[in-house]
Unconditional design. Structure first.
Length: 185
């Protein structure tokens, strides 16, 4: 196990997914850990690619087996990082990204003291609202809850190592790449 663990968190709709995609493309020694979730797949989701989709029963069984490095209830569904996934990736890559919520980020930091935590925020509350509406599926799927959680996440991420604002996508991606490259080759 030699890789560096990077935790990336931020409110729903802030563009974490897009930024992480850019990171993986630009830094070949970096891998993204695929999480497990009980939320229903959206259009564009694929099992084993975007998430490992599980029933609540299967997820709870994995909890009781101690299979998760961290897990949390986010917007009414379970999301979790499998320890086995992270162990395998840390063996193989210089850096491993966990794109997880702030509760999970704090738990991950307890296990991996050297983990680097990065919070991505939107320039304003209004911007988050617009981005969530633009995404469509979240309007039906607990939109209000996602919005309320954005403020809570921001509050509890005060102890994160880095805070970046995703105003201009390219600029934010470049800043993120700079942070990551300061820890790995
Ligand atoms: P979405 O449903 O939009 O894919 O994700 C909702 C939230 O769950 C995002 O804030 C995302 O960072 C978080 N999330 C995704 N995977 C995990 C995980 O494995 N653990 C935790 N704690 N949060 C996660």
């Amino acid at each position: 196990m030699s890789g560096v663990l990077f935790v990336i968190s931020g409110p729903s709709g802030v563009g974490k997914g897009t930024l992480v995609k850019i990171l993986i493309e630009k830094i070949p020694s970096l891998a993204l850990s695929i999480s497990a979730t009980t939320r229903k797949p959206r259009i564009g989701d694929a099992d084993g690619v975007t998430y490992f989709f599980m029933t609540k029963e299967d997820f709870e069984q994995k909890i009781s087996q101690g299979a998760f490095l961290e897990y949390a209830n986010v917007h009414g569904n379970y999301y979790g990082t499998l320890q086995s996934t992270v162990d395998d990736l840390l063996d193989e890559y210089a850096g491993v990204i966990l794109e997880i919520d702030v509760q999970g980020g704090h738990l991950a930091k307890l296990h991996y003291k050297d983990a680097v935590t990065i919070f991505i925020d939107a320039p304003s509350e209004e911007e988050i609202k617009n981005r969530l509406i633009g995404r469509g599926s979240d309007v039906e799927e607990n939109f209000e809850l996602r919005l309320a959680n954005a403020q809570k996440e921001r509050e509890s991420a005060k102890d994160y190592d880095f805070h970046l604002i995703n105003d201009d996508l390219n600029e934010c991606a470049n800043n993120l790449i700079k942070v990551i490259k300061s820890y790995i080759q």
